[in-house]
Design a protein around this ligand. Structure first.
Ligand SMILES: [Zn+2]
Length: 283
């Protein structure tokens, strides 16, 4: 794929992201997300341990007040630790005109107390606005050549059942994709993770933000899938990540990997059609 074509597609993607960011639907999503408390790292681990598939959590009353939903009967709470502050009077010695005197002072102290939260899957009521990112299975033929491309790069692939909301991940030399996705979706995720594998190795990972990495990987997926006529709805996903970063800065990197993948897949299809022609002649 030519650099010009990649450039054009990136521009198209950037415009889509901008229009998504300005849409009422997206603003509604952001408003809802903002209502959720940003839990500390420790609490995110606690949530993960007790309910690995949890996506959005809030307290019992918050579900009612902020989201017009309520916790279903019999649901088990997730315990996290919430900080509480209280004031305490302490005496301390203070030097007043060369003499030590005891003075009373009020200080703020903090302690942690377990509180209960619930995941959205444990609640019912008014639906939350959501981003629909399901992709129709319109080009299932892509998966095989993409798998073959991975083989040439010595990257292993595992397809297995992943928890709700997780489509795939890469872990340096290995990519894991969710079994529940249709083949077209799997292809899109595969390109995304392949981009992580090839562009974001440990060396270059260090000084790159998660936001930039996600945008590069998803832009690569968008361009490859677009080339094969599949729309993967990356715009909304990328809109969530985009703050001040302009994808054009990544053009070279994205362009290189995209042409490599498309070059390989196109060649695969050409070879396959030649084989089919030969087969027809034999028959
Ligand atoms: Zn990613």
């Amino acid at each position: 794929m030519s650099k010009e074509k990649t450039k054009k597609l990136l521009k198209k993607l950037n415009q889509k992201i901008d229009s998504v960011q300005n849409s009422d639907e997206f603003k509604e999503i952001l408003k809802t997300l903002a209502k959720f408390h940003n839990y500390s790292y420790q609490n995110r681990i606690l949530i993960q341990l007790q309910k690995p598939e949890a996506t959005l959590v809030a307290g019992y009353k918050q579900w009612q007040k902020k989201f017009d939903r309520h916790v279903k009967k019999g649901e088990k709470a997730i315990s996290i630790l919430a900080p509480f502050t209280y004031k305490k009077k302490v005496t301390e010695e203070k030097n007043v005109n060369g003499q030590l005197k005891e003075v009373e002072k009020e200080v703020k102290r903090m302690y942690f107390r377990p509180v209960s939260v619930f995941d959205v899957s444990q609640t019912e009521g008014k639906p939350l606005p959501s981003i629909d990112i399901t992709v129709q299975d319109t080009n299932s033929k892509l998966l095989l050549p993409l798998k073959k491309f991975l083989e040439t790069k010595d990257i292993k692939l595992e397809i297995k059942e992943l928890k709700e909301g997780l489509k795939g991940y890469s872990q340096g030399g290995k990519i894991v994709i969710d079994k529940k996705l249709n083949d077209t979706e799997k292809s899109g995720v595969l390109v995304h993770e392949t981009a992580h594998e090839l562009l974001h190795d440990k060396e270059s990972r260090k000084d790159m933000s998660k936001e930039v990495k996600e945008m590069e990987a998803e832009a690569a997926a968008f361009i490859v899938m677009d080339h094969y006529g599949v729309e993967i709805k990356s715009d909304k996903y990328l809109a969530l990540y985009k703050k001040s970063y302009d994808l054009k800065q990544s053009l070279k990197r994205i362009s290189k990997i995209v042409s490599e993948i498309i070059g390989f897949v196109d060649q695969y299809f050409i070879n396959e059609s030649i084989d089919n022609e030969k087969l027809k002649k034999v028959i």
